[in-house]
Every structure is written in C-alpha cells, then in structure tokens.
Design a protein around this ligand. Structure first.
Ligand code: IPE
Ligand code: IPE
Ligand code: MG
Length: 245
C-alpha cells in the first residue's frame, strides 16, 4: 500500500461545469497490469463509476454522461461483451434503489433494442423508475456511436420533411439537437478521457463542438475523486471563447 495525496484542492463551486462527460477507458489494461482477467477491470471500473457519480452529486453537477459501450465494442470477444452486459445488469439491480432515493434521472444514449433481452428489460425499468426525477441527469451511453446518432437524426428529420411536418428552413442547430439522444440537455462543458488515449472514439461528435477536453493518464479504475477534482480545476482555468475574443 502506498500513501495517496488526499488533500482536497480548492474548487470554485460557482464555476462548475453543467455537464461532464466521461470516456471511461483503461479497464482492460488496469486488469492486465495486475495479471487479472479483463472483466475484473470492468468490475473495478464500475465501482469507480459509482464513486464518481456520488462525487458529482455532491458537487451538484447537473448532468453527467458516461461512455459505457460503443457501437464498435461489439467487435470484442463474445465473452467480454456478455460479461459487460452482466455487469450492467448487476449495476442496475444493486444501485437502482439508491438512484431512485436520490431523485436522479437515468437516460440512455444509444439503441438498446439490440441488447440482450434481460439487459434491455433492466435498463427500461431503470428509465421508467427515474423518468420524473430532476436532481441530476445520469446519462449512460450504451451501444452508442456519435455517427449512428447523427444518421438517426438525419433520418427522422428527413421523414418529418417528407411528410411536410417541417419545412426546409425549420432545420437548424436547435432542431437537429432535438433529434439526438441528448435532447433537452446542455452540451458537455467538460469531457474527461482516462487511460492516456487522446481521441473521441465516436463519442458525442455533435455535442462536443465547444467542449473542453481533459485527458488523464490513469486507467479508469484508478480515476478517483481527487483526480476528478483536479480535472475540474483544470477546466476552471480554461478560457472558453466560443469563437469570440
Ligand atoms: C473501457 O475500458 C471500457 C469499455 C470500453 C467497455 P477498455 O475495456 O477499453 O480498457 P482498455 O482500453 O482495453 O485498457
Ligand atoms: C471507448 O473506448 C468506448 C468506451 C469507453 C465505452 P474504446 O477502448 O472502445 O476505444 P478505442 O477502441 O481505444 O478507440
Ligand atoms: Mg479502451
């Protein structure tokens, strides 16, 4: 065991992001480094996810989004995909009561129709039980791909245009955003990706137009509250210009 710096750094509570998105990467390498199976890394990652949700709630961050499974992650070995679905179901079964008690709303970004039936049922139940909650949006990107999301929006808008529900001039950024899974939510102010990789991997392509990025070297299961807070402090030091001067 080593001693970890736990001293809390100053954080400006009046300048917190309204939406933080996380690319939880590095579970596999975290496990490998310990000589453990990859799924143990996903289990450890889920424990950290819970802690980061609790910390976000404590800080009163209104929207949090976690990339849990991408449209490309189906390319992984069947065992790993099945293991991830089991972890997802276990997560909802064990945490849903606490999520409900805390008035947190679960939103899923992604097409859950193709999930295994038992997983889909659990996810739908969680959505249903939390749909009226307003304390915090806890968004989980599941079978999510940014390009897939954009194509879906285009198809919906084309259908509305074809049936004359909308006119060509009605199509603007706001209408387009309303056809995304993130409908009604603000774009992420901050995106955190762990494990040292510096890429988006098809995550929220439309929504991150003006998002601040923080890339952290730690593997996701090691990304604790202290590292989260230091990412928030980094964000608070940035100057967001949105194209102005
Ligand atoms: C992220 O960890 C979790 C998922 C993609 C489900 P990885 O499984 O990608 O871990 P690495 O990148 O292989 O270390
Ligand atoms: C992105 O991580 C997806 C999730 C975190 C769920 P990946 O590990 O799948 O991304 P790549 O393959 O390294 O780009
Ligand atoms: Mg990865």
């Amino acid at each position: 065991m080593f001693f970890k710096k736990t001293k809390e750094m100053p954080i400006e509570l009046d300048n917190l992001p309204k939406h933080v998105a996380f690319i939880m990467d590095g579970n596999g390498r975290w496990a490998k480094r310990r000589g453990l199976p990859r799924l143990m890394g996903h289990n450890a990652g889920t424990e950290m996810l819970k802690r980061i949700v609790i910390e976000s709630k404590k800080l009163k961050i209104e929207n949090i989004t976690f990339y849990a499974f991408s449209t490309e992650n189906w390319r992984r070995p069947e065992d790993e995909v099945n293991g991830l679905m089991d972890i997802l179901v276990k997560f909802f079964r064990s945490e849903i009561d606490e999520i409900v008690e805390n008035k947190v709303k679960i939103n899923i970004f992604g097409d859950i129709d193709v999930l295994p039936k038992y997983a889909k049922t659990e996810v739908l139940r969680a959505i249903e039980r939390t749909q009226h909650h307003t304390e915090m949006n806890f968004n989980i990107a599941l079978n999510y791909g940014g390009r897939d999301e954009i194509i879906r929006a285009v198809k919906e808008i084309a259908t509305e245009y074809k049936s004359e529900k909308i006119a060509l001039d009605d199509i603007d950024e706001s209408l387009f955003s309303d056809h995304l899974f993130s409908k009604g939510l603000p774009d992420p102010d901050l995106l955190i990706r762990t494990s040292g990789e510096q890429r988006l991997s098809n995550f929220m392509l439309w929504q991150v137009a003006y998002t601040e990025f923080v890339f952290d070297e730690h593997y996701w299961p090691d990304f604790d509250e202290t590292l989260y807070r230091s990412a928030l402090i980094k964000y608070q030091k940035r100057h967001r210009r949105f194209g102005a001067i």
